[in-house]
Design a protein around this ligand. Sequence first.
Ligand SMILES: Cc1cc2nc3c(=O)[nH]c(=O)nc-3n(C[C@H](O)[C@H](O)[C@H](O)COP(=O)(O)O)c2cc1C
Ligand code: SF4
Length: 432
Amino acid sequence: MTDTLTPVLTAHWDQPGLFTMDGYRRSGGWQVLPQALAMPPEDLVAAVRNSGLRGRGGAGFPTGTKWSFLPQGDGKPHYLVINADESEPGACKDVPLMMANPHLLIEGVAITAYAIRAEHAFIYVRGEVLHVVRRLRHAVQEAYAAGYLGRNILGSGFNLDVIVHAGAGAYICGEETALLTSLEGYRGLPRLKPPFPAVEGLYACPTVINNVESIASVPSIVANGADWFAGLGTDKSKGYGIFSLSGHVTMPGQYEAPLGITLAELLSLAGGVRAGHRLKFWTAGGSSVGLLTDQHQDVPLDFESVAAAGSQLGTRSLQIFDETACVVRAVLRWTEFYQHESCGKCTPCREGTFWMVRILDRLEHGKGTDEDLDKLLDICDNINGRAFCPLGDGATPPVTSGIQYFRDEFMQHQKEGGCPFDPAASTLWGTS
Ligand SMILES: Cc1cc2nc3c(=O)[nH]c(=O)nc-3n(C[C@H](O)[C@H](O)[C@H](O)COP(=O)(O)O)c2cc1C
Ligand code: SF4
């Protein structure tokens, strides 16, 4: 564990014009692809497996292991799909990465596609971020013109086409099977697993689907070696990652550090909680995870330690709330998001999120009862493990942990006949 930042993916973000081919080359870019093309593909898969890189899209599945699941010599096309949907509240690392350094991702795509023997790669970007779509498409064009994409890349005999696809803006399309369905042109609904995408993914062919940050990490692993990456981070959560701090923090932004850094350390780098206030609660990884409190500031932010503390590392999107924030209101907002984004395919999630919003809304307005809290927990019980996909499960931890840590605050609303907090005070421009 360390308290220092390790800028690798974010290393050159302040360099003017980094997003262009010339800018990326000035930062040493596009030098790893030739090295990778000289290696047998299976050695690249082994390097990523030995590095210990775990998926940066939330679940933390070992990346090299996922790649090795692809059947070889099956005569079917293989596909690489990059999950750039990034839609969860608080999640904001992939968009800045693609804006600042799109070529880094594209070089990672080229190396990965070669490693898994794919000749087609898709980058599925959330449609609302049109500026990112444009920037990626421009970078892809430049990479074709420079001979890093297309036919017979750098004389290696390897061919690769990269398509930047804009989604229509639905959180469910970040779920990997819904994303594939959407990419095929259908409504983005999740599919039953198994079969897993590695066996039957895009167009029923073997497919690797990885997060932007996972694939953008590949060039540095190939360049510096698996041991270098494995030497960073903790025992089971190797390497570095981008920690996105937002909310009531003095300097919100992206902090790239080894896994295992703590919130206390990150806050000290970010100037602390906004002046004159103190930490009340926070999330370690977006909104599908349990809330943590000021007592968890020294929990190492790695997959295992955060799980042991009762939450999940997820996407390392740290949402910070000070004492002006109302837990009931925050949990209501997140639940409204899940209700809105529920695709409606299965009953526990579709109905459960609907009713949770109604109950939370009356609790927030001081019209709830003690039984409402039990009812909320009961609904969570009925969603968890019964929903068709992880979106439903993800809607419950903010509710259950909110009640676990702040039951009194829920009841205070009832006693006072309304929310005891001033919403204006919790806005970033609030002064009280
Ligand atoms: C509702 C939902 C939304 C998701 N959104 C994203 C996303 O925007 N980006 C992402 O990389 N993974 C997202 N995931 C996780 C993906 O299903 C998948 O695990 C991930 O893309 C795998 O890549 P990785 O192994 O590199 O992390 C989401 C999962 C769910 C259930
Ligand atoms: S849990 Fe069910 S309703 Fe919710 S998003 Fe997944 S499939 Fe759709």
